[in-house]
Ligand binder design. Sequence first.
Ligand SMILES: *Cc1c(COP(=O)(O)O)cnc(C)c1O
Length: 359
Amino acid sequence: MSRVYNFSAGPAALPEDVLKQAQEELLDWHGSGMSVMEMSHRGKEYMSIAAEAESGLRELMAIPDNYRVLFLQGGASSQFAMVPLNLLKGKSGADYINTGSWSKKAIAEAKRYCDVNIAGANPEGQFTVPAEADLNLNADAAYVHYTPNETIQGIEFPYVPDTGDVPLVADFSSTILSRPVDVSKYGIIYAGAQKNIGPAGLTVVIVREDLIGDAADGTPTMFNYATHSGADSMYNTPPTYGWYLAGLVFKWLKNNGGLDVMAAVNERKAEALYAAIDGSDFYNNPVDPACRSWMNVPFTLADSELDAAFLSEASEAGLKTLKGHRSVGGMRASIYNAMPEAGVQALIEFMADFEKRHG
Ligand SMILES: *Cc1c(COP(=O)(O)O)cnc(C)c1O
């Protein structure tokens, strides 16, 4: 068996140590004689797995006690609706910052429930984020929503918007756990698991307690944070296996030194790759250097006729899933926590070699 370097944006590579542990425990978890997949979510074994995963995440992110951690289904995309349904609390509007594809989807969904004020946006076609001083925040907004890392465009906020008393809501799907964050600055942090937490099918929502319990009339039971908060995310059958695997990832992160160490590694990986791109006329990254993502690195070849050759030769070299998103074109290397530095180095060497042969 040989494992490749998988640069997929999501579902994405998982730490090999985690997969091996899951393999060891697959048929018989800790002497239970069962797979985690086969356990009742209400049994004592699974309850311990669930609780340990939550405490692992709380410790890693230093989540304050007045926040609930929910382990849900429906993806980050369901949060696009759950956020307005739960947070409007009788107000008519919310602020949204529009920086790319995922912001746009969140905005389109929110418009079904409220007036959306676009508090800031990057000019069409520009790969940057609005300066904090240029944000047009409405003091009466129910909340402010933004996307700290745009997975498709590879744009990342270099600052956390200061929204005063208005709750800040962030779609952290592709950047959660990449570095420490000050959770207390946020009302809600949510993330689909399949980028930097675990397998697809699990959605993690970190929500401040005072924002729970005032959902709009008609909110479906399953879309009400109070439902899940009141039942420790076990109102219905949770995504048990994904929750377990997430717990293994949290343990792996802790054993590797936690989020400070991950941040240093991630910054090194990203800097090395951007330096390789910037140091060549053959490759290009369109993003404002102040807003370049540590997690998703899109790049184009000067001659797009070579795209197919690049992808097929990379694939032969064990560097997989580098094709860029259809809306951006070119390539995209997603280098989440589970991508080792050696994988990024292998990509950089391949790129230099490809340029030598085709440049
Ligand atoms: C992948 C992604 C989503 C969509 O997540 P689903 O879990 O598929 O709904 C939303 N926002 C961002 C920033 C993403 O990267």
